[in-house]
Design a protein around this ligand. Structure first.
Ligand code: ATP
Length: 356
């Protein structure tokens, strides 16, 4: 979704009105509505997780949006939350950002309890948000919008630096209501960065970007991480998760169903490679030195050891003076694995954890 211009400012949207349900929420840690947080606020060690969630639960009436979500994010990590529509990603993010009160479970963000009113200000100072519909004042210029937001932080980045970082240089004096969809989304990113956050929440950050802008945004995210920012993002774009995330956490029906590096999640790296090509000169699958099948005019070989299989196939082709036309080798994509994991028929039990 594209950012909506003309609603309350992001800073306002992070304040009390969205927290009206706070007092009705129950907190298993006992710390949501009263009393000090149980973890030291300023004593976070460098190696401590930036974000820790265990057994998180949240219902809206009879809808169990978050049934049991646990995840940890280490300093400097980029973690992507993946899941189908309605899986509970945004609700999880909103709880971690302090917008929503959880019904149960433990949540710690930079050592702070996001459900605790007294830590709200510090949490806002130390985190950055890029939400799906950030609201800004439409008649302010780009520079005014960012300068105003910068005023809320103790150590903001320079406005000019942020404008350059998000690729909006040259538009400083333009009113933000005239921005295109992609330019508004870049402004959202700029608003998330201006406070120099230690932890950045990105909710579908490149929706509405053109291909080049998406690549630039990915590079920006990598640069931020290199500069020490920890990032938790949600996305429906598997290429984005593959390109950016150190780890993906797949959520379905309010539960974590798998987590691991994008290259290995769900046993992806151990699955068979699919080698496909076309044969000429009247040869068929039966002539090949290993088991193969024919599909839509292509020969397909499923290989647990693709190096050996390719050696056999190319050796055979050279020997028979023929070609393996259009030869491709493919492993299951992240999308293939994701679709399998989030299939409605997939068992909802203990999440698969891949540590490779
Ligand atoms: P998407 O990918 O579509 O953004 P999501 O994974 O972020 O989905 P959530 O927005 O967290 O999912 O929603 C989880 C469930 O909770 C859905 O069934 C949704 O309809 C419901 N839900 C979310 N917000 C509310 C609300 N304010 N009141 C009632 N139900 C809600």
């Amino acid at each position: 979704m594209i950012a909506t211009i003309g609603r309350p400012r992001p800073y306002e949207s992070r304040m009390a009105p969205r927290r009206t349900s706070l007092s009705s929420g129950r907190d298993d840690t006992g710390g949501a509505a009263a009393g000090p947080p149980r973890w030291p606020v300023m004593g976070l060690m460098r190696s401590d997780p930036v974000l820790e969630v265990a057994g998180l639960r949240k219902s809206y009436g009879s809808v169990q949006a978050v049934r049991n979500i646990s995840l940890t994010v280490a300093p400097g990590e980029i973690v992507a939350l993946l899941g189908p529509n309605g899986a509970g990603k945004t609700t999880t993010l909103e709880i971690l950002e302090g917008f929503r009160q959880r019904d149960g479970g433990v949540a710690r963000v930079l050592g702070l309890d996001p459900g605790h009113r007294a830590t709200g200000r510090e949490l806002r100072e130390r985190t950055g948000l890029v939400l799906q519909d950030i609201a800004v004042e439409p008649y302010l210029t780009l520079r005014e919008t960012l300068a105003r937001e910068a005023g809320y932080y103790a150590r903001p980045r320079e406005v000019a630096e942020v404008i350059t970082l998000v690729g909006l240089a040259g538009l400083e004096r333009r009113k933000v209501r005239t921005f295109s969809g992609g330019q508004k989304r870049r402004l959202d990113l700029a608003l998330g960065l201006i406070g120099r956050p230690e932890l950045l929440f990105l909710d579908e950050p490149t929706t509405g970007f053109d291909a080049a802008a998406r690549r630039d945004a990915w590079q920006l995210v990598r640069d931020l991480r290199a500069a020490g920012t920890t990032i938790l993002l949600t996305t429906h774009d598997m290429e984005e998760a593959q390109a950016l995330a150190d780890r993906v956490v797949v959520v379905s029906g309010g539960l974590v169903v798998a987590e691991g590096p994008p290259s290995a999640i769900g046993g992806r790296d151990a699955e068979r490679a699919r080698i496909s090509f076309a044969l000429g000169n009247g040869y068929t699958a039966a002539d090949l030195p290993l088991a193969a099948t024919a599909h839509d005019g292509l020969i397909v070989v499923e290989a647990t050891d693709p190096t050996r299989a390719l050696h056999l196939l190319t050796g055979w082709a050279m020997q028979h003076d023929t070609l393996l036309a259009g030869l491709t080798v493919a492993r299951p994509s992240l999308e293939d694995v994701y679709l399998r994991l989030t299939n409605d028929d997939a068992p909802a039990g203990v999440p698969e954890r891949t540590t490779r």
